[in-house]
Structures are given as C-alpha cells and as structure tokens.
Design a protein around this ligand. Structure first.
Ligand SMILES: Cc1ncc(COP(=O)(O)O)c(C=O)c1O
Length: 394
C-alpha cells in the first residue's frame, strides 16, 4: 500500500511519537508526569455539562445538524455575541460565523479549500502543527517564516522576497502563541492588514489562547482592525477556555467568501456538530464567564511554580505572559542533544513528558515545551526530578 505522496511527506504526528515514549516509560514502571500535550485537565463549567445532559433529551437533537435549524442559528448567534462582548467586533451570524468540529479541523480544511499545488502558504515556525501540516496535506507549498526570540517571535513578512508573496495564498498567525507563549498588540495586526491589503492572500488568525493572558494587556482579535474583513478569518476553540477539548467544538469567523468556501469543503467531509454540543456550547458562550477567570488564575499559579522552580535550579526559562505553555531552551549541559533526543532523555530518565520543539516545525529546534496541564503536586515532584537530572549529569 502506498500512501499518497502528500501524506508521505508528513512525519508521524508529534503526539503519536511522544505517546509511544510515554507508554514505554510506563511499561518500565515509571510514573510519568505528562506536560506534553495542551490537553486541559480541569472539568468544564458545571452549567455547561448540565446543559449538555439536558440537551440529550431534547427533540430532534440526535438527528443531523442543519444550517437553518433553530439550534444552529442560536449557536451562531452566541458566537457573534461572544465576539462582540470580547472584542467589540460585530459579526453577521449567518455569513461571518462558521462552527467547526474543533478549530484544528477548520484550520486543516482551510488549506484544503484554498491551496493549489503551486500556491505557497506562509507559516511562522515554530507553530501549532496543523498550520503547516494542513498545508502539506492539502498538497500546497510550505514557506516557513522563522520566529526569533529577539524579535518577540513575531514574523517579519515585510522582508519576504516579492516573488514569494506573489505566490502566497495563505498566511497563518496565532497570538497568544503556541508554543512560544508570545503575544502581539493591535498595532501588529494593523500592520498585517495593511500589508495584505494589496495582495491575493488570506490571513488566518488562530486565537485559541485569547483568554489566557497571565499578565499584561488583553489579547486582540485581528477583526478589530478596520478593513480586516477583506481577507481575514479567525479561528477559536472551546477546548482551552472551557476545558472541553474532547467535545470538538470550535469556530471560524470573518470574511464571508472565505467562510463560504470553507463551509463548502466541510460539507463534503462532515455533517456539522452534534446538536446537543451546540446547545451546551451556546450556554458556554452566553453564560457567566467567571469559570474562565478562575482557570486562568490556576494556570498562572502553575506556570509561576514551574518557572520559578526551574530558574532556582539553574535551568533558565522566561516567564510567559500568556497561554499555559513554558517554552524552555534546552539547558547548556544538554545542548548537544536535539530537542527530540532531550525529550526522550527526560521521559526515559525522569519520567517527565514534554513536547520536542521540532514537533512545532524546524525553527523549534533547541527548545522543549511544557504544557501546564498537571497539578501543583506533580509540578513540585517534577522539579525534584529535574534537580536530580541536572545534578547527576554534572
Ligand atoms: C494554537 C492552537 N490552535 C488550535 C488548537 C486546536 O484546538 P481544537 O481542540 O479546537 O481543535 C490548539 C490546540 O492545542 C492550539 O494550540
């Protein structure tokens, strides 16, 4: 059996590789502490799970979802309401809002909807893997823009060669950023919108972590910028803000023609979102938001505990201002190792699972990512183990 060439170009998915290492360590009796995946460990808001339970007995809820159903209309209106509340952005719920089976699905299908085999996609690196893997899977050409610490992990697309931008069909952005935790301000989005205004390029902003500001000013939506609706779309997810990663609930908003093409592509692949989830999702967006504040506070405490602890042990890491990730440079003592080798060492020697930087693209080399989805006790235990590792390898 020969996989399609475009699939053969993809390496095994990052988390599949790390999962195997975790399994092997557990088989050897290690109690693995798992910082590898951004998979929230807290329970979703009570009123949302209650809404899901109630929705299960509603009439027609188990049937296929349909665009003009009452449940669907309400869900799209809830998304528009949330955007207005959060960012002051007004959206037409019927044309500028498109629910997705999680934002990853929407992002992957965006590439499928738009990339031809001679089109380039500009993807900052490192990035959340579907930004670049989606392009490869769609058969397009990937053009990595390196993100560097010294420039705040913001892409410099102004210095791209003219021929490159002329061939480019898509640009991905995502701030607050996974994996580096970098943030951007509204002025950055203004520059992006201006830069793209005379180009045939779709700007896709992935705003998964807009609620996860640990310190400093709030996150912005690119749609706050005047003129952004001309070629921008933005993706959001319930997975992080409401700890509902397994529900597969997300959405895209923005330019209506782009969303219409995405919707067309999706219509050949899926039948929309389980209606009970849409009812509960509506509750999540329109109900009280105290839950979000509470969990962000907990993530901040975890981040502080880990970062302060690592620094005290001599593993120098910067404190992130957003997300729940710590992007840690491989300590000098281990700098001869690749990020994959260092990840393997951490799991094998001390039972700590992280994500290797290269899982987020070639410019992730030299780093590993900790996702703070483990509790305080486990973080303290991890620091003990890291201490031992740093000491024993002297
Ligand atoms: C930047 C970013 N975008 C999208 C996603 C995927 O979210 P979803 O669960 O909605 O597919 C993640 C998940 O970690 C992410 O980090």
């Amino acid at each position: 059996m020969h996989e399609a060439n475009r699939m053969r170009r993809l390496p095994p998915y990052l988390f599949t590789v790390v999962d195997k290492l975790k399994r092997e360590a557990r088989e050897r009796g290690l109690d693995v502490i798992d910082f590898s995946m951004g998979n929230p460990d807290m329970d979703p808001p009570e009123h949302v799970t209650e809404a899901l339970r109630e929705a299960l007995s509603e009439k027609d809820v188990h049937r296929y979802s349909k665009f003009d159903g009452e449940v669907e209309k309400k869900f799209r209106r809830a998304i528009a309401y949330w955007y207005h509340e959060r960012f002051g952005v007004d959206l037409d719920p019927d044309h500028e809002v498109l629910p997705c089976l999680g934002s990853k699905e929407g992002i992957a299908h965006l590439s499928l909807a738009f990339m031809n085999s001679d089109d380039l996609a500009l993807v900052p690196s490192p990035a959340y893997p579907v930004h670049f893997n989606g392009v490869v899977m769609a058969g397009g050409i990937l053009y990595n823009i390196p993100l560097k610490e010294e420039t705040g992990y913001l892409p410099d697309f102004f210095s791209l060669p003219r021929e490159t931008t002329q061939l480019s069909k898509l640009l991905f952005l995502s701030y607050p950023h996974n994996p580096t935790a970098a943030t951007c301000d509204l002025a950055f989005y203004e520059k992006v919108v201006k830069w793209s205004s005379d180009k045939e390029i779709i700007v896709a902003s992935d705003l998964a972590y807009s609620d996860f500001i640990l310190s400093g000013p709030r996150a912005h939506s690119i749609l706050e910028v005047k003129g952004s609706r001309k070629r921008c779309v933005e993706f959001h997810t319930f997975s992080k803000s409401y700890s509902m990663p397994g529900w597969r609930l997300g959405f895209a908003v923005g330019n209506r023609e782009i969303l219409a093409s995405l919707s067309k592509t999706k219509s050949y692949c899926d039948f929309g979102i389980f209606r009970a989830l849409q009812i509960a999702g509506t509750k999540a967006l329109t109900g009280p938001q105290t839950y979000v504040k509470k969990i962000v506070g907990i993530y901040k405490e975890r981040v502080d505990l880990l970062v302060d602890g690592m620094n005290a042990l001599g593993w120098e890491v910067k404190k992130p201002r957003a997300t729940f990730y710590v992007w840690a440079k491989i300590p000098p003592k281990f700098s001869a190792l690749t990020s994959m080798e260092f990840t393997e060492l951490l799991i094998r020697e001390i039972g700590i699972a992280v994500s290797p930087g290269t899982g987020f693209g070639e410019y992730g080399e030299g780093y590993v990512r900790f996702a703070l989805v483990v509790n305080e006790k486990q973080i303290k235990e991890s620091l003990q183990r890291i201490k031992k590792l740093l000491e024993t390898s002297d």
